[in-house]
Design a protein around this ligand. Sequence first.
Ligand code: NAD
Ligand code: UPG
Length: 433
Amino acid sequence: MKISVVGCGYLGAVHASSLAKLGHDVVGVDIDQAKVDLLASAQAPFYEPGLPELLGETLATGALAFTTDLSRVRGAVVHFIAVGTPQQENSNAVDLRAVESAFDAIIPHLTAGDVVVGKSTVPVGTAQRLAARIEAVGAHVVWNPEFLREGYAVKDTISPDRLVYGVRPGDDHAVAVLDEVYASVLAQDIPRVVTDFATAELVKVAANAFLATKISFINAMAEVAEVTGADVTQLADAIGYDQRIGRKFLNAGLGFGGGCLPKDIRGFMARASELGAGDALNFLGEVDAINLRRRERMVDLCREVLGGTIEGARIAVLGLAFKPDSDDVRDSPALDVAARLAELGGRVRATDPQAIETSRRVRPGLDYVATAKEAARDADVVLVLTEWREYRDIDPDEFGSVVAVRAILDGRNCLDPVQWREAGWTYRALGRP
Ligand SMILES: NC(=O)c1ccc[n+]([C@@H]2O[C@H](COP(=O)([O-])OP(=O)(O)OC[C@H]3O[C@@H](n4cnc5c(N)ncnc54)[C@H](O)[C@@H]3O)[C@@H](O)[C@H]2O)c1
Ligand SMILES: O=c1ccn([C@@H]2O[C@H](COP(=O)(O)OP(=O)(O)O[C@H]3O[C@H](CO)[C@@H](O)[C@H](O)[C@H]3O)[C@@H](O)[C@H]2O)c(=O)[nH]1
């Protein structure tokens, strides 16, 4: 099938190349010329395992192309809209300007029978509002939210846990077209939920709200563990054995960040308030607050280990990305903590395997170095803030030879306290004695 994907960021670039891999003829459109140039030369504009190979393979066969020229969507019968929906600058609400303009811009290029598929995460009610404009030219609208995780984006796109189609009741044409798009996904026996627009939009934010709540739940337990001498990681293991609870997303630490969970729970609360259902989501305000408190706690713990003063201390920060296997620093707890320590007068030297360039763009003033050893040279304390494999694998004995003081703060509960203490380190973590 001939398909267009409008918006080629983390979501759109992966979606476009995955659809090409699944046998479709895909054109990806973005307004960012630099991004299009990179993608067209098979370079991923961000770090995502497997994406460069996928781009190389699908561009080479001619199944995939990128452009800034929106008119090249003509002839495609399905148009995915995957533009950004960030948080508004001065409120919790979602900034829908990119979605609005992408929908408006594509209308002149549509032919009756085309299907426009919203992939972006939007406040409930958006699809209904935008559909009227699209339907006026005889095209159809589907809201098909995306659940991929960064770091596993290609796998999650080709083998997702489920597909959700939000359609006008009785729009069999749209359902049939989307089934054709996803034929090789559905052939893997993946559940498919066909529903209305509002439910589809809500499924997406509800899923992220649930995940955020699970993380803040365990971080709330970490707060209590800290004042009782209990160990939150053992607590998580023990409650996680209950199959109704499950161990996934119960990793206590610095909390959640990224381009999705924080802004999606805030946008969800803002939209529910507009609709008069704000009280139903008051708990998400607490989820957000617990999450942000973890960052403060990390700064406090650092101050404590340094004997009361951050100013002038040499602080090594390992990890800046919001999670491993990503260079994304949108609302990254790690970068936030590094920046706060620097603002408090700490002599912060920070590193990350992939996120130095992205960090530099948002926090140009920090001192970035290429390796963990460089960051840790003569340090008074080392903080592990993103659980990259290479930091988990550090040999505490060898690493001890470069620092001034053997003090390590494990912001992600990803190190073995016994091993570090045996090597003579002061080991401290969030939610662990
Ligand atoms: N990143 C993820 O893991 C993920 C997962 C699921 C859902 N989502 C949702 O997907 C959407 C996109 O997120 P993202 O992380 O890919 O954002 P992003 O900022 O990485 O990418 C958005 C892209 O859209 C482009 N764009 C903006 N306006 C445009 C227009 N009018 N025409 C063409 N291109 C335009 C931008 O230049 C940018 O490249 C958001 O709604 C997000 O919540 C993201
Ligand atoms: O037990 C855990 C699990 C995750 N995190 C943190 O939570 C954040 C989000 O992690 P993850 O959900 O893996 O990353 P994303 O790539 O942001 O994916 C989320 O957001 C996407 C965009 O909406 C959705 O598509 C995905 O389903 C949803 O998992 C990161 O900062 C993690 O460090 C924890 O602190 N503890």
